[in-house]
Design a protein around this ligand. Sequence first.
Ligand SMILES: C[S@@+](CC[C@H](N)C(=O)[O-])C[C@H]1O[C@@H](n2cnc3c(N)ncnc32)[C@H](O)[C@@H]1O
Length: 248
Amino acid sequence: MKLNPFKNLLRIFVYKAMGFTAFSIKKSSYWLETIQMKAYLKSLHLNNVGKIFSYTTPEELRTLFILARSCPANSTALEIGSHLGASACYIGAGLNWIDGKLLCVDTWQNDTVPEGARDTFDEFKKNTSAINNLITPIRKRSENLTSTDILTMLHLVFIDGDHSYAAAKKDLEIITPWVVDGGIVALHDSIFFEGVSKTLGEALASGDWQLAGNIQNLTWLRKVSKNRTEFAFKIEQPKIVEISNSAR
Ligand SMILES: C[S@@+](CC[C@H](N)C(=O)[O-])C[C@H]1O[C@@H](n2cnc3c(N)ncnc32)[C@H](O)[C@@H]1O
């Protein structure tokens, strides 16, 4: 059959236009969500959060905000490795949305950080002061955490401490009994660090965790429910648009 060149051109034009419209809608809803998040951070007096030094990218921080905001009302989240407080501010803001609380665990001695040992606790406290009403700092090594530090079940855990295989595995093992069915555990440096990747792979192979999402170097898992077919809560899937780091 001979193709009509005009019809063929028209078809290509329509497909391109449809693709462009879909991309524009996706991009504008992404920007709207980002503007909404920035306004919310500002309302909490966290407008300087973008200036806090962090190894976590703006896109990953934005995702942590969305994961925290998706938790049920009054949830508690745990962060292992808070450093100067950048990720704690985004998670804390998301939790403030749902009247939640955040436990932050760190030695605040810069363990395993390329910069080398120094006390970062005062900087953490200063950077997170606007939301210190919902943050409880727990100054200890994560492997020494006990249930008396946590005291409640967790809906969200962000693991960003020591990225060696032994430490990442231990962190996941320790927190697992404290996570609700359907709860989320996000691991940072899941691509750059072999130890974190291996921990993730083993967690999935165990059948106790299901892959729930990934953006850049952040991967999150959902705890598989043993007793129910329904998950305890639904996590909003962060919108993904490839953009520059200036979105922060
Ligand atoms: C990469 S930084 C965390 C960055 C932070 N989450 C952010 O996004 O800005 C790693 C932090 O983990 C802490 N850390 C490393 N090993 C630890 C351990 N075994 N127990 C507690 N904290 C640890 C370090 O002191 C450091 O502050």
